[in-house]
Design a protein around this ligand. Structure first.
Ligand SMILES: Nc1ncnc2c1ncn2[C@@H]1O[C@H](COP(=O)(O)OP(=O)(O)OP(=O)(O)O)[C@@H](O)[C@H]1O
Length: 262
């Protein structure tokens, strides 16, 4: 597979959009029914370094992500992929370098502002699910949506129902989180990330514990989000998402480099 096969896969997804077929798609702008959607930078790392003790995790790493772009980060266990995601999501500090959110240097933002961006604009599919163990699946999603969005209660319930159906979790609606299997917990995390209208989705091994059918649902959803102008960063060992990627990077010895196609 090469880069162009991957783009044609994305184009294939676009072609299933009925009347909203883009007249032009080149990862720089999309034209739906005469309306140009110009891409803009959503997040950018410039020369960021990070150490834990003496161990260099990131060494002058730069990365830029525009709206509607999906990048994949690969690397062996312990390479620093999660650390990189955490820095991008303001969950971990960098030692040096700069991080920009929509062209604004995050160093000038208060922790309240950063928290607000994280809550309302960032969706997370992380291995550490942070579910409320003593609440049901439905209650977990309700709480999350009422904190992260302005949605009215009946709209929240309508959307939750739609997603529970989509992810084949309707029969787990009233199940306490502590009683869910690993794969079911992962699906709740995925629903949570997709339910809010975030600008960017961070996914750390989104297909861990997931069966083929749910993997396919997640991949199709990520493709839809991308077409809708959302940005996505996936950390994974799995090649399953490669066809969706605008770029695949490998993190090795603190350096982030483009993976060779093939
Ligand atoms: N808070 C921390 N304090 C000290 N060391 C840490 C901390 N967080 C991560 N590390 C170390 O930094 C290195 C990179 O960890 P990280 O979790 O980012 O790697 P990863 O590429 O995501 O690994 P995996 O694929 O196994 O999840 C590891 O050696 C880890 O032990």
């Amino acid at each position: 597979m090469n880069k162009y096969d991957r783009l044609s896969y994305t184009n294939h997804s676009i072609s299933s959009m009925g009347n909203n077929v883009p007249i032009c798609y080149n990862n720089k702008y999309i034209k739906f029914l005469g309306v140009k959607m110009v891409t803009s930078t959503i997040i950018e790392l410039k020369n960021v370094s990070k150490k834990y003790g003496d161990k260099i995790i990131l060494d002058n790493v730069s990365l830029k992500l525009n709206t509607g772009e999906l990048v994949i980060i690969k690397g062996i266990s312990g390479a620093g992929k999660t650390t990189l995601l955490n820095i991008l999501a303001f969950l971990e500090t960098k030692d040096s370098g700069e991080l920009f959110w929509k062209n604004q240097n995050i160093d000038i933002l208060s922790s309240k502002e950063k928290k607000n961006i994280r809550r309302t604009e960032m969706g997370f599919i992380f291995q550490d699910f942070n579910l409320y163990e003593n609440l049901t699946v439905e209650e977990n999603l309700e709480i999350f949506l009422s904190l992260a969005t302005e949605m009215k209660k009946n709209e929240i319930q309508r959307q939750i129902k739609e997603y529970l159906d989509k992810f084949h979790m309707e029969d787990r609606r009233k199940t306490y989180a502590r009683l869910l299997s690993g794969g079911e917990r992962q699906r709740v995390a995925v629903m949570r990330a997709f339910l809010i209208n975030s600008s960017i989705v961070f996914a750390d091994e989104p297909s861990a514990n997931i069966d083929d059918e749910n993997k396919r649902i997640i991949r199709d959803y990520l493709a839809e989000l991308k077409i809708g102008g959302k940005s996505i960063i996936i950390v994974t060992h799995d090649d399953y998402y490669d066809k969706l990627a605008d770029e695949i990077y490998v993190l090795k010895n603190g350096n982030l480099s483009e993976a060779s196609w093939g």
